[in-house]
Design a protein. Structure first.
Length: 506
């Protein structure tokens, strides 16, 4: 079905034009028919009346054989009524016809109408003598004169002009109604359309992006006379609707702000949970250097005079402290609340950092990591801390999945493969594990907050929810391919920025 956009103004205008046109033309038609009929009847009567007067007068004159008055009578009738075209007195065969037509009158014209069975006859004829006009012609007998008759012709156009003079004001009225109607349509569409389109416009603002940037304006109603002091305001349904939409916008803004707060809390909760998991690895990593430091201190204490050896011990202590600081610093760095700044960065660097954080868990579960990360991948625009959180989450999930798989099948592959590639305009990161895998129903729920299949204390169900949101806030996308019992691949897609590449740091 094709949809056509027709503004309210045109809808109003077209309906008003149709209504006025239909009513107007029905009225016009009826008036034309009835008024025309009445006027015609009245005209015929008038014509007959004139003819009979002339016939009576002519009868008198002819009986006295006095023809002199007849032209006067004929002319006086024409003078009284301008719609009379001509009058003629035809006394009988071989008698001269008295008329006031031009001299060129033909016998044809004289014979054009006559009596019908000795009484009056009405005919419509065309008179070549008078500009070829259509004439309503009546023939009446002259009383007392056997073959005598009087004919009077009347311009038929006079009937028309009378009808027209009645219809004219009506047409004028219809035109006035049409103009008023169109102005009315304009006025209504102004009063309604303006506000409806501002409502329509506002709905375009309802996007997450605008909610996030607090960028949804308030709709205002339309004042008919802007600038004119308003003593009171006349509201209608549209104003109520506008008010309701404004209230709804407010509620939506508040709800979104709450959602943002809740989301931030989720991110933090999830992070704390993963820090809990990672800190075991950190403790393990600093265990050796701390033991070394204690050992050195013990040696220095027992041989305080051996300055040469002690200098060596102090160097060893310094190395161990540096190493410890680096390891602890890594976790501190990760645990920091993310700033909302974006910078151009190499996704490979974030992956490497995440791998360092989960190194202990990988080692403990005897998982080998295969990295296919080219050093010169184009940069993406992102938040360092958030991207690290993404990769830590995905890696921890992969490790958990492999652990679970190993519980079922001790000989299973224990491998995580990370590939970073480039495809027109985007960077694609694939993270594949040889873990337990997922069924379709499970896969559909993994991004829901609090969805977890892990024991309480082991899983929060917030990991992939946070990952999903971070990826989408980076204009990226994430999807998951999985086979139960075989493994899972998460594919991330980010827009690359320009051609500039940032070599990743190890
Ligand atoms: N790599 C994976 N392999 C198999 N299942 C996974 C994988 N990643 C996530 N899942 C499933 O998705 C669920 C939700 O993951 P997540 O949101 O990170 O929460 P959590 O790890 O706390 O359970 C997990 O409980 C698990 O069932
Ligand atoms: Mg998780």
């Amino acid at each position: 079905m094709r949809r056509i956009y027709l503004p309210l103004f045109w809808k109003f205008a077209i309906s008003i034009i149709i209504i006025v046109a239909v009513f107007g033309s029905v009225n016009l038609y009826l008036i034309k028919v009835y008024a025309g009929r009445g006027i015609k009847e009245e005209t015929v009567k008038r014509l007959q009346f004139y003819a009979e007067i002339v016939a009576t007068e002519a009868s008198l004159s002819l009986s006295l054989s006095d023809y002199r008055h007849i032209p006067d009578i004929i002319n006086s009738i024409k003078q009284i009524d301008s719609s009379v075209a001509y009058a003629m007195v035809i006394p009988g065969k071989n008698q001269p016809v008295i008329h006031n037509l031009p001299d060129s009158v033909t016998t044809e014209m004289i014979k054009a109408n006559g009596l019908k069975n000795g009484s009056k006859q009405l005919k419509i004829l065309r008179s070549p003598e008078i500009r070829d006009t259509i004439i309503l012609d009546i023939a009446v007998p002259i009383p007392g004169l056997k073959e005598g008759l009087v004919r009077i012709g009347l311009f038929r156009a006079s009937i028309r002009s009378q009808v027209w003079s009645i219809i004219k004001p009506l047409i004028f009225m219809i035109v006035i109604f049409l103009i008023i109607g169109i102005f009315g349509a304009l006025f209504f569409s102004f009063v309604i359309t303006n506000r409806v389109s501002s409502i329509a416009k506002i709905t375009e603002y309802f996007t997450f992006q605008n909610l996030k940037n607090r960028n949804i304006p308030v709709i205002s109603g339309t004042r008919l006379l802007p600038g004119f002091p308003h003593i009171f305001q006349v509201d209608d349904e549209l104003d109520v609707l506008i008010e309701k939409i404004n209230q709804m916008t407010d509620r939506l803004k508040k709800a979104y702000a709450d959602l943002e707060k809740t989301y931030a809390r989720f991110v933090q909760t999830e992070k704390l949970a993963s820090i809990g998991v990672l800190s075991a690895g950190i403790a393990h990593e600093i265990n050796n250097p701390v033991a070394g430091i204690l050992n050195c201190i013990h040696r220095i204490k027992t041989h305080p005079d051996d300055t040469k050896k002690n200098a060596e011990y102090i160097n060893l202590i310094e190395d161990a402290v540096n190493k410890t600081e680096k390891v602890v610093g890594r976790l501190l760095d990760y645990s920091r609340s993310p700033q909302s700044t974006r910078e151009s960065l190499n996704p490979g660097t974030s992956i490497e950092k995440a791998l360092l954080l989960v190194a202990y868990r990988l080692e403990k579960s005897r998982i080998s990591v295969i990295k296919k990360i080219p050093p010169d991948i184009p940069a993406i625009l992102g938040n360092r801390n958030e991207l690290e959180q993404v990769f830590v989450n995905l890696l921890l999930n992969g490790i958990d999945a492999i652990d679970e798989h190993a519980l079922q099948n001790f000989k299973c592959d224990r491998r995580i493969t990370i590939e970073v590639g480039e495809k027109t305009g985007s960077i694609i990161i694939r993270l594949t594990d040889t873990g337990i895998g997922m069924y379709r129903e499970q896969r559909e729920k993994i991004y829901d907050p609090f969805y977890t299949t892990k024991d309480t204390g082991k899983g929060t169900g917030l990991g992939l929810y946070v990952v999903y949101n971070i990826v989408h806030s980076h204009n990226g996308s994430i999807y998951c391919e999985s086979q139960p019992g075989e493994g899972t691949t998460f594919v991330l897609n980010f827009d690359k920025i320009g051609k500039d590449t940032i070599h990743h740091v190890r």
